[in-house]
Design a protein around this ligand. Structure first.
Ligand code: URP
Ligand code: ZN
Ligand code: ZN
Length: 463
């Protein structure tokens, strides 16, 4: 059905103006002032956006939905995760494919894709994790890139699980450069963490409050420096995921200063939560165990300012939902067994609006850039996604900036059993959300079609 979004304040990464947006089929067909509805087909659905903001659909470039990890599986599936994403204004997800070292990469790609197909209500694509890069699997990565996955993911952390050796890292980054593929990376020194964890556990320091001390900022900065050294030697374009602290940001900026093509991702939990959450008594802190860990509060200003100055390109979530009652408790005896992750897929944009824009830390344009446009540009989706332009996909968010509420598990669509921001003040919400011209959320409620989401095949753009 054709769709007219009338009289909204259109805010993109660069523009801010009032206009009507007419969507025909799956794309934006007209953007004009005062489109006469009588000039449109009689079945056109009209959304009155007076007094509201109209954003391009938000893109979350770092989520985990199907995730076998630390002896368990993340609890969401595409049905729950995409409804949660849409309720928060996110219309495109980039999920990490995370197979184990024994798994066949091509089969992993097909498995992850099958988990999304038919269940996703948002569009989706993937970063392909490389956890082993020996001769027998190399050609498979070429095939995966040809199939439309134009970004790799490497873990410098998680020794004995997802961690990639330096030999394999070098070879993988060499292929990435040849193919024009960007390498996204979890930057923490796996061996240092392993040694620190052993020391802490041997000293009887087993609670969730010791997760942070086992991987301090130095460990992350070391990882960033390491990745960037390889990028400098090889010429590969790299992206540091969930960059959490001043030291790590500085390491990336120093590399950029040397000419390394490095982009920085922050994630919403690090912008708004600090280490005191993970230090709460009675194992409550386990809800806030993620890696890199929550940091001293002073780092938040560094991250907000980095986003503001656009030194930090994106704000993602690293949504990794593990229930407290059944999964976080696996680490009661040792913090090293607490499944890592803080679910935030639904809350991201509202958190950035409430604690970024409304607190004067970011402009609306910067919020759109960091939560949508930069991800589209970096990962080969622009201007199909991340823009409000004639010809772009009609992924639109009609946002009510004056709505006031609180974050709560009760209004969450994720299957996880807690909300990390329970009771926090929220300003603003996505009132209407469209995916390729179809309304998927109205009045904050999911009214869309499960399975409408499409796989987005991407061309390499980092050649
Ligand atoms: O704590 C986190 N970040 N969990 C998900 C896996 C990862 O490292 O991204
Ligand atoms: Zn990670
Ligand atoms: Zn992650």
């Amino acid at each position: 059905m054709p769709l007219l979004i009338s009289n909204g304040r259109i805010v993109t990464a660069t523009d801010d103006y009032v206009a009507d947006v007419y969507c025909r089929g799956e794309t934006i067909a007209r953007i004009e002032q005062a489109i006469d509805p009588r000039s449109l087909p009689p079945d056109t659905e009209i959304v009155d956006a007076s007094g509201k903001l109209v954003f391009p659909g938000f893109i979350d470039p770092h989520v985990h939905i199907y995730l076998p990890f630390m002896g368990t599986y993340a609890v969401d599936d595409y049905e729950s995760a995409s409804q949660a994403a849409l309720a928060g204004g996110t219309t495109t997800l980039i999920e990490m494919i995370c197979p184990g070292p024994q798994d066949d990469p091509w089969e992993a790609f097909e498995l992850w894709k099958s988990k999304a197909t038919g269940l996703a209500a948002v569009d989706f694509t993937f970063h392909m994790s490389v956890v082993r890069f020996e001769d027998d699997v190399r050609e498979q990565f070429r095939k995966i890139v040809k199939a439309g996955v134009a970004s790799f993911k490497v873990f410098l952390a998680y020794k004995g699980a997802l961690n990639l050796s330096d030999e394999h890292l070098f070879a993988c980054m060499t292929m990435a450069r040849e193919l024009g593929v960007i390498v996204t990376a979890h930057c923490e020194n796996a061996d240092a963490i392993d040694a620190m964890q052993k020391l802490l556990l041997a000293a009887g320091k087993t609670g969730p409050e010791w997760h942070g001390p086992s991987r301090p900022p130095t460990v992350e900065a070391d990882g960033v420096h390491h990745l960037c050294s390889f990028a400098e030697l090889i010429g590969t374009h790299v992206y540091t995921v969930h960059t959490s602290c001043d030291e790590a940001v500085r390491a990336a900026l120093a590399a950029r200063h040397r000419g390394v093509n490095v982009w920085i991702e922050s994630v919403a939990p690090h912008l708004v939560l600090d280490r005191t959450y993970a230090e709460q008594p009675d194992f409550e802190g386990a809800k806030y165990v993620m890696s890199p860990p929550l940091r001293d509060r002073a780092n938040q200003a560094v991250l907000w300012n980095g986003v503001k100055s656009r030194a930090i390109s994106t704000v993602a979530t690293d949504h990794a939902p593990f229930s407290f009652g059944t999964q976080k408790v696996m680490g009661r005896e040792a913090f090293t067994k607490i499944p890592n992750g803080i679910p935030t897929i639904q809350e991201r944009v509202d958190l950035i609006h409430t604690y970024g824009v409304c607190e004067g830390r970011l402009t609306l344009n910067t919020m759109v850039d960091a939560c949508s446009t930069q991800a589209a540009r970096l990962f080969g989706l622009y201007p199909k996604k991340g823009a409000i332009r004639v010809g772009s996909d009609a992924d639109l968010v009609v946002y009510d900036p004056d709505e006031r509420g609180t974050f709560s598990r009760k209004t969450g669509h994720s299957k996880v059993d807690y909300c990390a921001y329970e009771g926090w003040k929220r300003r603003g919400c996505a009132a209407v959300v469209t995916v390729r011209g179809q309304v998927q959320v109205r009045g904050g409620k999911f009214v869309g079609t499960i399975g409408r989401g499409q796989f987005l095949a991407r061309e390499p753009t980092h050649g």
